[in-house]
Design a protein around this ligand. Structure first.
Ligand code: PLP
Length: 377
């Protein structure tokens, strides 16, 4: 049997081998960063080294990095900890932003999934000093990139705070906190080649008041109680440093992604490719095979040894049509026949061919292939 092909890197990026080594090394040493003896001091040093590397990835000050258990916690900390009464969130945010507030107000997006700045301005009104706006940098399902700097200009002029979920963007495109103008930014280690279970909320200004979600300890400057996940944080630091070094290499992914989409349109001319006209992450494609349900595609591709996901696979077993695609005006049929293909640092050009072969075969079996669908991909 041919080896499996992993094209679900937006769900979890494969761990970098250097990360696995660093995590194992950290596990081999006892030590709580809060302990004053040499073991504790070493654990502290490893944690602070990682903090510097994570900060460097997004151009932030290390003192402003609050380590968390991942992107979900970072998003919850931002939304619930900032103390703003009104919360405006884009319609395409990840569930961990949408679900962090009891009654968020929704900023609509256009057909490509880009936030409607006029609608945001109207929602903000003149006074925003009791408001948090949350707009992600890149969408996990479509890869579409938001005009975060323009959003920041708007929020700043009204005195509102801006949170940016950069979980999918970091490591795939350059992310600079100051250039974005956001007040808070979320990151997750396992989306950029680190291990699952570590993330960070990065603040633009150390003085930003943030109420902790977890209390009962002075870790992370009283912003997040609990002994730090030292191995996970060490791995996060290594992954962040490698991702920063290799940002120049991600352009090749967009060439493969574009070829995938061109060929997919030949195989199934009625296919919709979401957000294709806009700036997107280089590694992500969200496309439909009309008439074939997403989960049928995912299972059939899996049988052919190719792993992709149906819409957002961040919380497994989700069968509801994607709120992201629906917010973009996709019909239930379109949203129900969409899959996400996401490449990563370990992907090879041949992986795209494996996907296309399997997808074309499925299109033929289900009678959905266009006349131009040649047998070879
Ligand atoms: N934000 C985005 C955009 C995501 O894609 C995910 C993925 O799960 C998260 C937040 C949550 O991150 P984590 O899995 O680290 O909790």
């Amino acid at each position: 049997m041919r080896p499996s092909v992993y094209l679900d890197c937006n769900a979890t990026m494969p761990v970098r081998p250097q990360v696995a080594v660093a995590v194992a090394e950290a596990l081999a040493h006892p030590g709580n960063p809060s302990s004053v003896h040499r073991f504790g001091r070493l654990a502290r040093r490893r944690t602070e080294d990682a903090r510097e590397r994570v900060a460097a990835l997004v151009g932030a000050h290390p003192a402003n990095v609050v380590f968390t258990s991942g992107g979900t916690e970072a998003n919850n900390l931002a939304v619930r900890g900032c103390g703003r009464r009104r919360v405006l969130v884009s319609a395409v945010e990840h569930d961990s932003v949408l679900g962090a507030h009891a009654a968020p107000e929704i900023i609509p997006v256009d057909a490509d999934g880009v936030v409607d700045l006029e609608a945001l301005a109207a929602l903000l009104g003149d006074e925003g000093d009791d408001t948090l706006v949350a707009v992600m940098l890149a969408n996990n399902e479509t890869g579409v990139i938001q005009p975060v700097a323009a959003v920041a200009e708007l929020t700043r002029s009204r005195g509102a705070l801006l949170h940016c979920d950069a979980v999918q963007a970091a490591g795939k495109i350059p992310v600079d906190l100051a250039a974005l103008g956001a007040d808070m930014l979320s990151l997750s280690a396992h989306k950029l080649g680190g291990a699952q279970g570590a993330g960070a909320l990065v603040l633009a200004d150390e003085a930003l008041a943030l109420a902790p979600l977890l209390r009962g300890g002075g870790q992370e400057k009283y912003r997040r109680a609990g002994t730090e996940n030292v191995p996970g944080i060490v791995g996060f630091g290594v992954a962040a440093a490698i991702a920063a070094d290799e940002l120049g290499r991600t352009a090749r992914l967009s060439l493969w992604r574009d070829r995938l989409e061109r060929r997919a349109r030949e195989i199934a001319p009625a296919s919709t490719i979401f957000g294709a006209a806009r700036a997107r992450l280089p590694n992500t494609s969200c496309l439909t095979l009309p008439g074939v349900a997403s989960d049928v595609q995912v299972m059939s591709l899996d049988l052919a040894g190719v792993a992709v996901s149906a819409g957002s696979a961040c919380s497994s077993g989700k069968v509801a049509p994607s709120h992201v695609l629906r917010a973009m005006g996709a019909t239930a049929e379109q949203a129900g026949s969409a899959i996400r293909v996401s490449l990563g640092w370990g992907s090879e050009e041949g992986d795209v061919d494996r996907f296309l072969d399997a997808w074309a075969a499925l299109a033929r079996r289900t009678g959905r292939a266009g006349s131009a669908a040649a047998s070879a991909a």
